[in-house]
Design a protein around this ligand. Structure first.
Ligand code: NAD
Length: 471
């Protein structure tokens, strides 16, 4: 049995003041793997005090010093990259392919911030004024379970690049992954108090971070409902907020799309990270004239969507992170049937021979209409809704008819055609003909998918306050 009895404050592993614990259960077979000690409000106070004290000197560091710290952070994590990947597979149940990518994303985010610092202008002119971009203060970082260490590294490396210090609350479901990352970060030898980590529950530790007057900014990734709670709580102390929330991303197959490539991509987009991805392409929009072809191709390509042991190289879909998440996905599959969508592939229950874990059958509904709850709500599991449209105007209208606006996918034989449609989509990112990513490009949502942007210049500026000096 693994016991994680410490949190991390002021450069040291330390016992929390809080006395509650959290059971770490394997999603692969539902056995108890470990027990995580949880912090409380008092631990947040101690962590914030350490971060506040460290900010005095860290905010004055030079760009060259911060680049060196980021490089140390990168190297320490890089030395244990395989272990970080493997523990993610075991604790969270993500497929080995996805987890490897996630560790690489964590490392890339640090490198990207180094590259950014090498060119970023912290002093600019505006009219007659000199504008200094200064670190905002102590950052509160609150992260979800679906790529825990990658989110922590992305946010923390940006905070460090800006000259901010941080108090981090990872998801309580990620205790083992956090512990290993902390060992790496401790090894990196950053100044004491620059980062502090308090494991704990959202309504205790997360709420204390949200309310704390000495935290200047919150960077949060998680569900829209929690994001709203944080936004409400943050306003009392006028915190700056970056909220990366949920999505219900449309994947628009235009009339001229090459379905032989677009359909395998649609399956990957819907089922990435076992469907537990904010950017999953969960609404597949298909021209009515090509729906039969699409249905056939979906069946033919379902061998890509292999469910099983996440440690195996050819697995695309591992178990859902928890029994609760499994049940939530099951309820949505049942709901789709009750709403009158046609179950085309998959359905309720567990796949054969995978009864012990939280495995779901990859599921596709066809004849879905955009007013059904399975088309409107984020399911966060491997469930794809296929919606047909009569013409391009209707496709764009359906794509935009959602409370979310995180990402959209467009497939077309013509880049010009795809770009024309992309310009009319209300989403923070539009990917054309493939699952593309650039860590310098801004990432974040329109509408209820969030507030603000991460990555690149936009992400760094979210940790900075402009100060105009007029002589
Ligand atoms: P969640 O909102 O339940 O939890 C996220 C974090 O917030 C956890 O650390 C949790 O403990 C904490 N939290 C919970 N209640 C809180 C409160 N009252 N105050 C402060 N913190 C609180 O989300 P989750 O279930 O961990 O993750 C899944 C969700 O995250 C999905 O909705 C998904 O779309 C979203 N997500 C968004 C992005 C993005 O970049 N936009 C990326 C990944 C996941």
């Amino acid at each position: 049995m693994i016991r994680i009895n410490s949190i991390y404050i002021n450069g040291a592993f330390t016992a929390p003041h809080g006395t509650a614990t959290f059971d770490l259960i394997s999603p692969i077979d539902n056995t108890l793997q470990g027990i995580l000690a949880l912090g409380d409000e008092e631990d947040v106070n101690r962590a914030v005090a350490a971060a506040k004290a460290a900010f005095q000197t860290f905010s004055q560091t030079t760009v060259a010093q911060r680049i060196a710290f980021l490089q140390q952070m990168h190297d320490a994590i890089s030395r244990r990259a395989d272990e970080l990947t493997n523990i993610m597979v075991q604790e969270y149940g993500g497929s080995i392919l996805f987890c490897r990518n996630s560790t690489q994303n964590a490392l890339n985010s640090i490198q990207t911030n180094i590259a950014l610092l090498q060119q970023f202008e912290f002093t600019r002119k505006a009219g007659t004024a000199t504008v200094r971009l200064e670190p905002v203060g102590v950052a509160g970082i609150i992260t979800p379970w679906n790529a825990s260490n990658s989110f922590i590294c992305g946010k923390l490396s940006t905070a460090i690049a800006a000259g901010c210090t941080a108090v981090i609350k990872p998801s309580e479901l990620s205790g083992r992954q956090t512990q290993l990352l902390l060992e790496c970060l401790h090894e990196a030898g950053l100044p004491d108090g620059v980062f502090n980590v308090v494991n704990g529950l959202g309504n205790v530790v997360g709420a204390a971070i949200t309310a704390h007057k000495d935290i200047a900014k919150i960077s949060f990734t998680g569900s829209t409902i929690t994001g709203k709670t944080i936004a409400r709580g943050a306003v009392d102390t006028m915190k700056r907020i970056t909220l990366e929330l949920g999505g219900k991303s449309p994947n628009i197959l235009l009339e001229d799309a090459d379905l032989k490539t677009a359909i395998p991509m649609a399956i990957q987009a819907a089922y990435m990270n076992s469907g537990q991805a904010c950017i999953a392409g969960t609404r597949l929009l298909v021209p009515a004239s090509r729906i039969d072809e699409v249905k056939q191709l979906l069946k033919e390509n379902m061998d890509i969507a292999r469910v099983g042991n996440p440690a195996e190289e050819d697995t695309l879909i591992g178990p859902m992170v928890s029994q609760k998440q499994y049940e939530r996905v099951q309820q949505y599959i049942q709901l789709g049937i009750e709403e009158g969508a046609e179950l085309w592939i998959g359905g309720p229950g567990k796949p054969a021979h995978l009864e012990a874990g939280n495995f779901v059958k990859p599921t596709i509904f066809v004849n879905v209409t955009n007013d059904m709850r399975i088309a409107r709500e984020e399911i966060f599991g491997p469930v794809l809704s296929v919606i047909s449209y009569k013409d391009e105007e209707e496709a764009i209208a359906i794509a935009n008819d959602t409370d979310y606006g995180l990402l959209a996918y467009v497939s077309s034989a013509s880049d010009e055609h795809a770009n024309h449609v992309a310009a009319r989509i209300r989403a923070g990112r539009v990917l054309i003909n493939g699952l593309k990513h650039d860590p310098m490009a801004p990432f974040g949502g329109f509408k209820q998918s969030g507030i603000g942007r991460e990555y690149g210049v936009y992400g760094l500026e979210a940790y900075l306050e402009p100060k105009a000096i007029l002589n």
